[in-house]
Design a protein around this ligand. Structure first.
Ligand SMILES: NC(=O)c1ccc[n+]([C@@H]2O[C@H](COP(=O)([O-])OP(=O)(O)OC[C@H]3O[C@@H](n4cnc5c(N)ncnc54)[C@H](OP(=O)(O)O)[C@@H]3O)[C@@H](O)[C@H]2O)c1
Length: 246
């Protein structure tokens, strides 16, 4: 049995990571801004962070810091280095190095920081989780006409499958960058929207809109996809049936 710290352990990914680690018999410490006894804002650090990393066998870094992620990673890495953390696992996104989105650039910078930190590390990149695609579609469906990015596809992945993989990796020695993980199907946003409309019984007119810019170009070329690593099993339709079903 190991002691494993999960940062962002209350989030979409962090929660099932903690559940899986506990089911596998590990002792889990959960860190987030609102989860005592390790209620830490990683952008600020502090003595609780030192205490959280003290004596752990691994840190699974699942927090999602929208602003200040690089600074938080730098601070956390220096504490982990001082504390001699034997294994740091980082979850990243397929295409962070290929799509010039600000959030992706930050994540890619954090990846590079971890590689250079001197802490033994494992890095897993995945495609988007079903939950994120669902939230996107719910947002796009607010007006009566759903405007969808033309020719953009996605490969959503069941978050519990990503969590199981991370938990498995956390119990092994540091592995560097491991193989990417993608969902089982690649679907256009229009196909995803149809699936959501069918599952919810809603009606919306769908209009595909071409967008300008290099981010859109990257998405259109599928640089955020991992077709050769379509290892996830749960499809978006199955996810919707479970999430929205009776
Ligand atoms: N969503 C996706 O489709 C996807 C795909 C691939 C990779 N990822 C990566 O997976 C990771 C987790 O994403 P997620 O979707 O699970 O995020 P999420 O649901 O938004 O959860 C974020 C977690 O981070 C904690 N957190 C946020 N700011 C923090 C701070 N300043 N200090 C400490 N904890 C903080 C939150 O708890 P508090 O609010 O209590 O602090 C929460 O536990 C991210 O690195 C993301 O880039 C996500």
């Amino acid at each position: 049995m190991s002691t494993i710290l999960v940062t962002g352990g209350t989030g979409t990914l962090g929660r099932p990571v903690c559940e899986r680690l506990r089911a596998d018999g590990h002792e889990v410490r959960v860190l987030s801004r609102h989860s005592p006894p390790y209620a830490v804002d990683l952008r600020q650090g502090g003595p609780l962070l030192d205490r959280a990393v003290d004596g752990v066998d691994a840190v699974v870094h699942c927090s999602n810091i929208l602003r200040g992620d690089k600074e938080a990673a730098r601070r956390a890495a220096s504490i982990r280095r001082r504390a001699g953390v034997p294994h740091l696992l980082y979850i990243s996104i397929v295409g962070v190095d290929r799509i010039p989105l600000g959030y992706y650039r930050n994540k890619y910078a954090v990846e590079r920081m971890i590689r250079a930190s001197g802490i033994p590390w494992t890095l897993l990149r995945t495609t988007q989780f079903h939950d994120l695609v669902l939230r996107l579609l719910q947002g796009l469906a607010k007006p009566p006409v759903m405007l969808l990015p033309k020719d953009v596809r996605d490969q959503p992945l069941e978050v519990t499958e990503a969590a199981a993989r991370l938990a498995e990796l956390a119990a092994r020695p540091p592995a560097g960058r491991v193989e990417d993980m993608g969902g089982p199907e690649i679907l256009t946003f229009t196909e995803l929207a149809h699936a959501w409309l069918r599952a919810t019984g809603r009606r919306r007119r769908l209009v595909e809109v071409p967008l300008p810019g290099r981010v859109y170009q990257g998405l259109r070329h599928g640089r955020h996809l991992a077709p050769e690593r379509a290892v996830g099993r749960v499809t978006f339709e199955e996810f919707l049936a479970r999430r929205l079903g009776p």
